[in-house]
Design a binder for this molecule. Structure first.
Ligand code: ZN
Length: 150
């Protein structure tokens, strides 16, 4: 196994076992439920966004495969303290990366540790697991209530 994929597995397993921000937020301002019928992943994203548009707190609950949980866990860690506008940009970059439309090594992006997910592109059936939390996040920001990925 390559160093890259070994690191990938370690990070996924760690976040699956000890997901960060895995709870509800009392007094949340935004939330949405996401469902990926291909895999059965169910995720609810909660956020508290202030009037300046900064994500003060982000958390998730639900059940799903290791990739969907790890992705939600890392997403909430990455986005806390960032603005909604920045979150949209990062979602776009993350989506392009896992779809194979952007190379994480290319330099100019805001993905940080999230580049660990670039290996998902090798497994098309798992891409929706990796992006479910992100789609649910955008849904929560736009307050449409529920998102299902087909
Ligand atoms: Zn999944």
């Amino acid at each position: 196994m390559s160093y890259q994929s070994e690191l990938y597995q370690q990070v996924i397993l760690d976040h699956n076992k000890n997901p960060r921000n895995f709870h509800e937020i009392t007094g949340f301002s935004h939330s949405c439920d996401g469902y990926n019928p291909l895999c059965g992943d169910k995720i609810r994203v909660h956020m508290r966004i202030n009037e300046a548009g900064t994500i003060e707190d982000a958390a998730f609950t639900g059940s799903g495969c290791a990739i969907s949980k790890a992705s939600a866990s890392m997403m909430t860690v990455h986005l806390k303290g960032k603005t909604v506008d920045a979150a949209r940009v990062i979602f776009d970059e993350f989506h392009k990366m896992v779809m194979g439309e952007m190379e994480p090594q290319a330099g100019l992006h805001n993905l940080g540790k999230l580049t660990i997910f670039h290996g998902v592109r090798e497994f098309p059936s798992r891409i929706k697991c990796a992006t479910l939390a992100w789609h649910t996040l955008i849904c929560a920001i736009d307050k449409t209530g529920e998102t299902t990925m087909e």
